[in-house]
Ligand binder design. Structure first.
Ligand code: NI
Length: 147
């Protein structure tokens, strides 16, 4: 060991890592308990009967303590594969209302999509890791869950 080597103590240091992903999907915002006129009034263009699409940007944020053996909070390849399996393969180039079971009875707003993504990933991550989802529906409109 070099005599000027520094001994870092990495215990209890919390870090945040981010993985950015992207998917395209169609949706329609609609409340089946309301009339067409009411739906048009509340949801406007997003109520279009023949759906419309968004280029969603997804940022998955994981917080916790670094594993002293690897120096990683989480192996980013594992995180990337997890997002691919649990989210992108299910959502990308899909009609969220028709193709994703979670939205059969749930309006696919950005808020609800973020919560569904959170739930899909939460169970697959170690309990000691905190998870936060940021979902951009447009460049200017985005949501985070949990608040
Ligand atoms: Ni929309």
């Amino acid at each position: 060991m070099r005599e000027d080597a520094l001994l870092y103590n990495m215990g209890n240091r919390r870090v945040v890592v981010f993985r950015k992903e992207h998917f395209n999907a169609a949706h329609r915002l609609n409340n089946p308990r309301w009339s067409l006129a009411e739906n048009k009034k509340i949801f406007g263009l997003c109520n279009n009967e023949h759906y419309h699409g968004h280029n969603y940007e997804l940022i998955v944020q994981v917080t916790g303590e670094i594993d002293p053996d690897t120096g990683y909070l989480i192996d980013m390849k594992i995180l990337s594969d997890l997002i691919k399996d649990e989210v992108l393969n299910k959502f990308d180039h899909k009609n969220l209302n028709l193709d994703v079971a979670a939205f059969e009875n749930l309006n696919p707003t950005a808020e609800n999509i973020a919560i569904v993504i959170y739930d899909l990933l939460r169970n697959k991550l170690k309990a000691s890791l905190e998870l936060k989802i940021r979902l951009y529906e447009t460049e200017r409109n985005f949501v985070e869950y949990p608040a």
